[in-house]
Ligand binder design. Structure first.
Ligand code: HEM
Length: 371
C-alpha cells in the first residue's frame, strides 16, 4: 500500500512551467493537488484534517490563536547558553542538535506545559496531539504547519512560509526561556537577541497579538482579546495599543497586566511598553495603518521563528501547501468613542497616522468564543 502511494507520487505528473523566466517543476500528488516537491504531498491530507477538525471548518477562532501561540512557545524554548554546558557545544553544533522549533513542547509536554510561562498551552497541546498520532509527521513540523495553516484562515494575514523536515525532539526545553508579560523590555529584547531577533523583528512578531486573547492573565474574564478585531489579521493591535489606558476590564490589575483603553480588551505590560519604549516605539507605530509592511515583516520574522534551532539544509520548502489568506476586511480606525487626543504619541521622529473613529458611542468588545 505504502509502495503504491509512493509510486503514484513518484509517477505523478511533472510539469515544467516557465514563470518569470524561472523554470519550476511541479508534481501532482495522489490526492490531486499540485506542489513544488513530492515530499510535500503528505501535507494535503493533514491540511484537510486540521481545517475540518481542529479549526472548525477553516475559522480564525480560538484554536487558530492558540496554535499560533504554540509555534512561538515551542520555538523560543532554545538557548545557546542556558540549560546545557556551553563548553560542550558550539552555537553551530547546537543548531544541528535540534531544539527550538522541534516539537519538544508536545513530545516533552511533561515538563514543558508545566512551565509558568506556558500557562494554558496544555489546551492546544492536547488538541493537536491526536492529529500528530494519526498522520506521518513529527510534532515540530506539525506545530509550525498548523500555525501557518491557521493564520491563513484570518483575513489580512500574510501567507506564511512552511519548511518540512524537523526531526523528533530529543530533550525538553530548559525552563525560563519564554518571555512573560511582566518582564522588562530590556530582558525581552535580550531574550530574543540571544536567538537572533532584532528589536524590529520582535515588534513584527507581536503582530500575532492582533489575533489573540488571554484566558489566564485575568482568569475571571477568559477569552478577552488584545484588540477589538481578534478574528482579523489587521493593524488594530498597533493602533489600539497606543490609546491611553483607562480601565481594567475584569477584576483589576494582575501580574503583567496594565490598563486597557476599552471595555472588553486586555492589555499586556510588555505590549504597552514596546509601543512606548524609545527602542521600539517608532517601529511599533510604523505598522499602524500599514497592512503591507506588517504583513511582510511578520512573514519574514515568522519564517525565522519557525526554523529556530533547526538545520534548514535538511528541510523541504512546502510553502505552496499553505492556503492563500483572504484580504483584510475593514479599514484602520479608532474604536467608536475615541479620538486622536486619546493617542499617546511615543515615537519622537514621526507623528502617529491620522485616523477617524467608528461612528456611535463607545462599546465593549465581546470575548473570543470558546469552540
Ligand atoms: C514579549 C513577548 C510575548 C509575551 C510576553 C506574550 C505573552 C502572552 C500572554 C500572557 C498571552 C495570554 C495567554 C493567556 O492568558 O491565555 C499571549 C497570548 C498569545 N500570544 Fe503572546 N506573548 C509574546 C509574544 C508572542 C509571539 C512572538 C507570538 C507569536 C508569534 C505570540 C502569539 C500569541 C497568541 C496568538 C496569543 C493568543 C492565544 C489565544 O488567544 O488563545 N505571542 N501572549
Amino acid at each position: 500500500m505504502a509502495f503504491k502511494s509512493l509510486s503514484i507520487a513518484l509517477l505523478a505528473l511533472a510539469v515544467a512551467r516557465v514563470a518569470n523566466g524561472a523554470v519550476t517543476k511541479r508534481v501532482t500528488c495522489a490526492t490531486g493537488q499540485t506542489t513544488a516537491n513530492a515530499a510535500c504531498c503528505v501535507l494535503f491530507p493533514i491540511l484537510d484534517d486540521i481545517q475540518e477538525n481542529l479549526f472548525d471548518g477553516g475559522e480564525c477562532g480560538e484554536e487558530v490563536h492558540e496554535s499560533l501561540r504554540l509555534t512561538f512557545h515551542d520555538a523560543i524554548g532554545f538557548s545557546p547558553t542556558k540549560g546545557i554546558c556551553p563548553r560542550l557545544f558550539s552555537y553551530a553544533e547546537l543548531l544541528h542538535r535540534g531544539g527550538g522549533a522541534d516539537g519538544s513542547i508536545i513530545t516533552f509536554d511533561d515538563p514543558e506545559t508545566g512551565f509558568p510561562a506556558n500557562n494554558g498551552i496544555d489546551d492546544i497541546v492536547d488538541a493537536q496531539t491526536p492529529f500528530i498520532a494519526r498522520h506521518n509527521i513529527t510534532a515540530g513540523d506539525f506545530i509550525q504547519f498548523a500555525g501557518a495553516v491557521g493564520v491563513s484562515n484570518c483575513p489580512g494575514a500574510p501567507r506564511l512560509q512552511f519548511l518540512l523536515g524537523r526531526p523528533t525532539a530529543t530533550a525538553p526545553s530548559p525552563i525560563g526561556l519564554v518571555p512573560e508579560p511582566f518582564d522588562t523590555i530590556t530582558s525581552v529584547l535580550e531574550r530574543f537577541a540571544e536567538v537572533g531577533f532584532s528589536p524590529a523583528e520582535v515588534v513584527a512578531l507581536l503582530a500575532s497579538h492582533t489575533i489573540a486573547a488571554a484566558d489566564h492573565v485575568d482568569p475571571t474574564i477568559p477569552g478577552t482579546p488584545f484588540d477589538s478585531t481578534p478574528e482579523i489579521f489587521d493593524t488594530q493591535i498597533f493602533i489600539e495599543m497606543q490609546l491611553r489606558g483607562v480601565l481594567f476590564p475584569g477584576d483589576g490589575s494582575n501580574p503583567g497586566q496594565v490598563e486597557s483603553p476599552l471595555e472588553g480588551i486586555i492589555r499586556l505590560n510588555t505590549d504597552a511598553t514596546l509601543a512606548r519604549d524609545d527602542r521600539t516605539s517608532c517601529i511599533w507605530q510604523s505598522f499602524a495603518n500599514n497592512q503591507a509592511k506588517m504583513q511582510s515583516e511578520f512573514r519574514a520574522a515568522m519564517a525565522k521563528l519557525a526554523v529556530l534551532g533547526q538545520n534548514t539544509a535538511n528541510m523541504v520548502d512546502c510553502s505552496d501547501v499553505i492556503p492563500v489568506p483572504k484580504p483584510v476586511t475593514g479599514k484602520a480606525h479608532l474604536p467608536a468613542g475615541k479620538s486622536m487626543a486619546d493617542i499617546e504619541q511615543a515615537c519622537a521622529t514621526a507623528p502617529f497616522p491620522t485616523l477617524t473613529a467608528d461612528p456611535g458611542p463607545q462599546t465593549s468588545v465581546p470575548p473570543v468564543p470558546p469552540s
